[in-house]
Design a protein around this ligand. Structure first.
Ligand code: CO8
Length: 258
Protein backbone atom coordinates (compact mmCIF):
# COMPACT_ATOMS: atom_id res chain seq x y z
CA UNK A 1 0.00 0.00 0.00
CA UNK A 2 1.31 3.48 -0.74
CA UNK A 3 1.00 6.31 1.75
CA UNK A 4 1.47 10.07 1.49
CA UNK A 5 2.39 10.98 5.05
CA UNK A 6 4.26 7.94 6.32
CA UNK A 7 6.83 5.49 4.98
CA UNK A 8 6.45 1.84 5.79
CA UNK A 9 9.11 -0.88 5.64
CA UNK A 10 9.30 -4.47 6.76
CA UNK A 11 12.61 -5.71 8.16
CA UNK A 12 12.08 -9.44 8.58
CA UNK A 13 9.99 -9.67 11.78
CA UNK A 14 9.98 -5.92 12.47
CA UNK A 15 7.54 -3.41 11.00
CA UNK A 16 8.97 0.11 10.68
CA UNK A 17 6.78 3.19 10.26
CA UNK A 18 8.39 6.57 9.62
CA UNK A 19 6.24 9.65 10.07
CA UNK A 20 6.98 11.67 6.94
CA UNK A 21 5.75 15.23 6.60
CA UNK A 22 9.19 16.87 6.54
CA UNK A 23 7.92 20.34 5.63
CA UNK A 24 5.78 20.49 8.77
CA UNK A 25 8.10 18.67 11.21
CA UNK A 26 5.81 15.63 10.94
CA UNK A 27 2.81 17.55 12.29
CA UNK A 28 0.11 14.96 12.90
CA UNK A 29 -2.55 15.81 10.36
CA UNK A 30 -5.77 13.85 10.12
CA UNK A 31 -4.45 12.19 6.98
CA UNK A 32 -1.22 11.16 8.69
CA UNK A 33 -3.06 9.70 11.69
CA UNK A 34 -5.41 7.75 9.42
CA UNK A 35 -2.49 6.30 7.48
CA UNK A 36 -0.60 5.52 10.69
CA UNK A 37 -3.62 3.63 12.00
CA UNK A 38 -3.95 1.65 8.78
CA UNK A 39 -0.26 0.73 8.74
CA UNK A 40 -0.34 -0.30 12.42
CA UNK A 41 -3.41 -2.50 11.93
CA UNK A 42 -1.79 -4.10 8.88
CA UNK A 43 1.39 -4.97 10.81
CA UNK A 44 -0.66 -6.22 13.76
CA UNK A 45 -2.50 -8.60 11.46
CA UNK A 46 0.65 -9.83 9.70
CA UNK A 47 1.64 -13.20 11.17
CA UNK A 48 5.41 -12.84 10.75
CA UNK A 49 5.67 -9.38 12.37
CA UNK A 50 6.63 -9.48 16.06
CA UNK A 51 7.36 -5.85 16.87
CA UNK A 52 6.63 -2.43 15.37
CA UNK A 53 8.71 0.75 15.49
CA UNK A 54 7.33 4.25 14.97
CA UNK A 55 9.91 6.89 14.24
CA UNK A 56 10.22 10.33 12.67
CA UNK A 57 13.16 12.26 11.26
CA UNK A 58 16.36 13.37 12.97
CA UNK A 59 14.83 16.82 13.53
CA UNK A 60 11.35 15.80 14.64
CA UNK A 61 9.48 12.74 15.80
CA UNK A 62 6.40 14.96 15.53
CA UNK A 63 5.93 18.62 16.47
CA UNK A 64 2.33 18.01 17.50
CA UNK A 65 -1.07 17.97 15.92
CA UNK A 66 -1.38 20.08 12.80
CA UNK A 67 -1.90 23.62 14.04
CA UNK A 68 -2.73 24.96 10.59
CA UNK A 69 -5.65 22.51 10.36
CA UNK A 70 -6.84 23.12 13.92
CA UNK A 71 -6.66 26.91 13.81
CA UNK A 72 -9.94 27.30 11.95
CA UNK A 73 -11.95 24.74 13.94
CA UNK A 74 -14.76 25.73 16.24
CA UNK A 75 -16.28 23.71 19.06
CA UNK A 76 -18.79 21.88 16.89
CA UNK A 77 -16.09 20.90 14.39
CA UNK A 78 -13.98 19.18 17.04
CA UNK A 79 -16.90 17.79 19.06
CA UNK A 80 -18.98 16.39 16.22
CA UNK A 81 -15.98 15.45 14.11
CA UNK A 82 -14.57 13.40 16.99
CA UNK A 83 -11.26 15.08 16.29
CA UNK A 84 -8.65 12.99 18.14
CA UNK A 85 -10.65 9.88 19.01
CA UNK A 86 -11.61 9.00 15.45
CA UNK A 87 -8.14 7.94 14.43
CA UNK A 88 -5.90 8.65 17.42
CA UNK A 89 -7.11 5.69 19.43
CA UNK A 90 -6.13 3.06 16.83
CA UNK A 91 -2.69 2.73 18.41
CA UNK A 92 -4.28 1.52 21.61
CA UNK A 93 -5.86 -1.41 19.74
CA UNK A 94 -2.50 -2.75 18.55
CA UNK A 95 -1.67 -5.96 20.43
CA UNK A 96 1.95 -6.37 19.34
CA UNK A 97 4.68 -4.31 21.05
CA UNK A 98 5.22 -0.84 19.58
CA UNK A 99 8.45 1.10 20.21
CA UNK A 100 8.67 4.87 19.71
CA UNK A 101 12.13 5.81 18.43
CA UNK A 102 12.24 9.54 19.10
CA UNK A 103 14.76 12.04 17.74
CA UNK A 104 14.26 15.79 17.82
CA UNK A 105 10.94 17.31 18.77
CA UNK A 106 8.17 15.25 20.34
CA UNK A 107 5.78 18.03 21.28
CA UNK A 108 2.09 18.14 22.10
CA UNK A 109 0.41 15.36 20.17
CA UNK A 110 3.90 14.13 19.20
CA UNK A 111 4.78 13.54 22.85
CA UNK A 112 1.35 11.99 23.40
CA UNK A 113 1.80 9.67 20.42
CA UNK A 114 5.18 8.55 21.77
CA UNK A 115 3.57 7.90 25.18
CA UNK A 116 0.88 5.75 23.55
CA UNK A 117 3.64 3.42 22.35
CA UNK A 118 4.87 0.73 24.73
CA UNK A 119 8.20 2.35 25.40
CA UNK A 120 10.31 5.20 24.12
CA UNK A 121 13.92 5.01 23.00
CA UNK A 122 15.23 8.56 22.76
CA UNK A 123 18.05 10.00 20.70
CA UNK A 124 20.31 12.33 22.67
CA UNK A 125 18.81 15.29 20.75
CA UNK A 126 15.20 14.44 21.68
CA UNK A 127 13.01 17.14 23.20
CA UNK A 128 9.68 16.42 24.82
CA UNK A 129 6.98 18.84 25.83
CA UNK A 130 3.30 19.70 26.09
CA UNK A 131 3.25 23.28 24.81
CA UNK A 132 -0.49 23.34 24.08
CA UNK A 133 -1.16 25.93 26.77
CA UNK A 134 0.71 28.45 24.61
CA UNK A 135 -1.86 27.82 21.86
CA UNK A 136 -4.82 28.29 24.18
CA UNK A 137 -5.71 24.61 24.52
CA UNK A 138 -5.13 21.78 26.98
CA UNK A 139 -3.38 18.62 25.79
CA UNK A 140 -5.97 16.35 24.18
CA UNK A 141 -4.44 12.92 23.65
CA UNK A 142 -3.09 11.99 27.07
CA UNK A 143 -0.75 14.82 28.01
CA UNK A 144 -2.56 15.40 31.29
CA UNK A 145 -3.21 11.68 31.89
CA UNK A 146 -0.35 9.53 30.61
CA UNK A 147 2.36 12.12 31.34
CA UNK A 148 1.75 12.29 35.13
CA UNK A 149 1.63 8.49 35.26
CA UNK A 150 4.97 8.38 33.43
CA UNK A 151 6.88 11.22 35.08
CA UNK A 152 5.09 12.26 38.30
CA UNK A 153 2.55 14.96 38.93
CA UNK A 154 5.21 17.59 39.61
CA UNK A 155 7.01 17.16 36.30
CA UNK A 156 3.78 16.85 34.30
CA UNK A 157 2.38 20.03 35.85
CA UNK A 158 5.65 21.85 35.23
CA UNK A 159 5.73 20.81 31.55
CA UNK A 160 2.04 21.32 30.77
CA UNK A 161 1.72 24.61 32.66
CA UNK A 162 4.90 26.31 31.44
CA UNK A 163 4.95 24.67 28.00
CA UNK A 164 8.73 24.24 28.31
CA UNK A 165 10.67 21.44 26.64
CA UNK A 166 12.47 18.64 28.46
CA UNK A 167 15.66 17.19 26.94
CA UNK A 168 16.43 13.48 26.63
CA UNK A 169 18.44 13.30 29.86
CA UNK A 170 15.71 14.93 31.91
CA UNK A 171 13.16 12.65 30.24
CA UNK A 172 15.18 9.56 31.14
CA UNK A 173 15.68 10.71 34.75
CA UNK A 174 11.93 11.31 34.97
CA UNK A 175 11.11 7.85 33.63
CA UNK A 176 9.52 8.89 30.34
CA UNK A 177 12.08 7.12 28.17
CA UNK A 178 13.64 3.72 28.67
CA UNK A 179 17.05 4.58 27.24
CA UNK A 180 19.02 7.29 25.43
CA UNK A 181 21.20 6.55 22.42
CA UNK A 182 23.34 8.66 20.07
CA UNK A 183 21.15 10.34 17.46
CA UNK A 184 22.97 8.64 14.56
CA UNK A 185 22.43 5.23 16.18
CA UNK A 186 18.74 5.66 17.03
CA UNK A 187 17.27 3.43 14.37
CA UNK A 188 20.00 0.81 14.74
CA UNK A 189 19.41 0.58 18.51
CA UNK A 190 15.62 0.60 18.18
CA UNK A 191 15.85 -2.11 15.53
CA UNK A 192 18.14 -4.21 17.75
CA UNK A 193 15.60 -3.99 20.59
CA UNK A 194 12.73 -4.75 18.22
CA UNK A 195 14.51 -7.82 16.80
CA UNK A 196 15.04 -9.20 20.31
CA UNK A 197 11.35 -8.69 21.10
CA UNK A 198 10.22 -10.14 17.76
CA UNK A 199 12.18 -13.34 18.45
CA UNK A 200 10.40 -13.87 21.80
CA UNK A 201 7.30 -16.07 21.95
CA UNK A 202 4.82 -13.72 20.27
CA UNK A 203 1.87 -14.55 22.47
CA UNK A 204 3.94 -13.90 25.61
CA UNK A 205 5.10 -10.51 24.30
CA UNK A 206 1.44 -9.66 23.66
CA UNK A 207 0.48 -10.80 27.15
CA UNK A 208 3.29 -8.78 28.76
CA UNK A 209 2.13 -5.68 26.90
CA UNK A 210 -1.48 -6.28 27.85
CA UNK A 211 -0.66 -6.93 31.49
CA UNK A 212 1.70 -3.96 31.98
CA UNK A 213 -0.88 -1.67 30.36
CA UNK A 214 -3.52 -3.14 32.67
CA UNK A 215 -1.47 -1.84 35.63
CA UNK A 216 -2.49 1.69 34.59
CA UNK A 217 -6.18 0.87 34.34
CA UNK A 218 -6.99 -1.12 37.45
CA UNK A 219 -6.30 -1.77 41.13
CA UNK A 220 -3.28 -3.76 42.27
CA UNK A 221 -5.33 -6.77 43.39
CA UNK A 222 -7.33 -6.89 40.13
CA UNK A 223 -4.13 -6.44 38.14
CA UNK A 224 -2.48 -9.28 40.06
CA UNK A 225 -5.45 -11.54 39.32
CA UNK A 226 -5.21 -10.64 35.64
CA UNK A 227 -1.48 -11.32 35.57
CA UNK A 228 -1.94 -14.66 37.34
CA UNK A 229 -4.51 -15.81 34.78
CA UNK A 230 -2.10 -14.93 31.96
CA UNK A 231 0.72 -16.71 33.79
CA UNK A 232 -1.36 -19.89 34.08
CA UNK A 233 -2.33 -19.68 30.41
CA UNK A 234 1.33 -19.72 29.34
CA UNK A 235 1.49 -23.35 30.56
CA UNK A 236 -0.92 -24.30 27.79
CA UNK A 237 1.58 -23.23 25.12
CA UNK A 238 4.29 -25.13 23.27
CA UNK A 239 6.71 -22.25 23.78
CA UNK A 240 6.62 -22.63 27.58
CA UNK A 241 7.58 -26.30 27.19
CA UNK A 242 10.32 -25.42 24.72
CA UNK A 243 11.65 -22.43 26.71
CA UNK A 244 12.04 -24.39 29.93
CA UNK A 245 13.34 -27.55 28.22
CA UNK A 246 15.94 -25.53 26.30
CA UNK A 247 17.10 -23.90 29.54
CA UNK A 248 17.56 -27.27 31.23
CA UNK A 249 19.34 -28.68 28.18
CA UNK A 250 21.60 -25.59 28.10
CA UNK A 251 20.68 -24.64 24.51
CA UNK A 252 18.90 -21.79 22.78
CA UNK A 253 15.11 -22.24 22.58
CA UNK A 254 13.38 -22.53 19.22
CA UNK A 255 10.05 -20.79 19.68
CA UNK A 256 7.11 -21.52 17.44
CA UNK A 257 5.03 -18.59 18.68
CA UNK A 258 2.35 -21.00 19.70
N1 CO8 B 1 1.54 22.05 13.06
C1 CO8 B 1 1.69 22.54 11.80
N2 CO8 B 1 2.86 22.97 11.31
C2 CO8 B 1 3.94 22.91 12.11
C3 CO8 B 1 3.87 22.40 13.42
C4 CO8 B 1 2.62 21.95 13.89
N3 CO8 B 1 2.45 21.43 15.11
N4 CO8 B 1 5.11 22.47 13.97
C5 CO8 B 1 5.91 22.99 13.03
N5 CO8 B 1 5.23 23.26 11.90
C6 CO8 B 1 5.72 23.82 10.65
C7 CO8 B 1 6.02 25.30 10.79
O1 CO8 B 1 4.85 26.06 10.64
C8 CO8 B 1 7.02 25.49 9.67
O2 CO8 B 1 6.33 25.56 8.46
P1 CO8 B 1 6.76 26.71 7.35
O3 CO8 B 1 8.18 26.35 7.00
O4 CO8 B 1 5.80 26.47 6.24
O5 CO8 B 1 6.65 28.02 8.03
C9 CO8 B 1 7.79 24.20 9.65
O6 CO8 B 1 6.97 23.24 10.32
C10 CO8 B 1 9.11 24.27 10.41
O7 CO8 B 1 8.83 24.77 11.71
P2 CO8 B 1 9.61 26.00 12.35
O8 CO8 B 1 10.04 26.96 11.28
O9 CO8 B 1 8.76 26.54 13.44
O10 CO8 B 1 10.90 25.26 12.90
P3 CO8 B 1 11.82 25.69 14.13
O11 CO8 B 1 12.99 24.79 14.09
O12 CO8 B 1 12.03 27.16 14.13
O13 CO8 B 1 10.94 25.37 15.45
C11 CO8 B 1 9.47 24.03 16.83
C12 CO8 B 1 10.61 24.06 15.77
C13 CO8 B 1 10.00 24.62 18.14
C14 CO8 B 1 9.09 22.60 17.01
C15 CO8 B 1 8.28 24.88 16.32
O14 CO8 B 1 7.97 24.47 14.99
C16 CO8 B 1 7.04 24.74 17.15
O15 CO8 B 1 6.96 25.32 18.20
N6 CO8 B 1 6.05 23.97 16.65
C17 CO8 B 1 4.76 23.83 17.30
C18 CO8 B 1 4.88 22.94 18.53
C19 CO8 B 1 3.54 22.85 19.21
O16 CO8 B 1 2.99 23.81 19.68
N7 CO8 B 1 2.98 21.62 19.26
C20 CO8 B 1 1.70 21.37 19.86
C21 CO8 B 1 0.63 21.42 18.81
S1 CO8 B 1 -0.98 21.29 19.50
C22 CO8 B 1 -1.16 19.64 19.76
O17 CO8 B 1 -0.31 18.83 19.48
C23 CO8 B 1 -2.45 19.24 20.34
C24 CO8 B 1 -2.54 17.74 20.40
C25 CO8 B 1 -3.97 17.39 20.56
C26 CO8 B 1 -4.17 15.91 20.61
C27 CO8 B 1 -4.44 15.30 19.34
C28 CO8 B 1 -5.34 16.07 18.50
C29 CO8 B 1 -5.62 15.43 17.18
Amino acid sequence: MSYENIQVETHEKVGLIRLHRPKALNALSDGLMTELGEALLAFDAQEEIGCIIITGSEKAFAAGADISAMAGYDYMDVFKGEFITRNWETLRRIRKPVIAAVAGYALGGGCELAMMCDFIIAADNAKFGQPEIKLGIVPGAGGTQRLPRAVSKAKAMDLALTGRMMDAEEAERAGLVSRIVAADKLLEEAMAAAIIIAEMPRQVAMMVKDSVNRAYETTLSEGMKYERALFYSCFATEDQKEGMKAFLEKRQPVFKHS
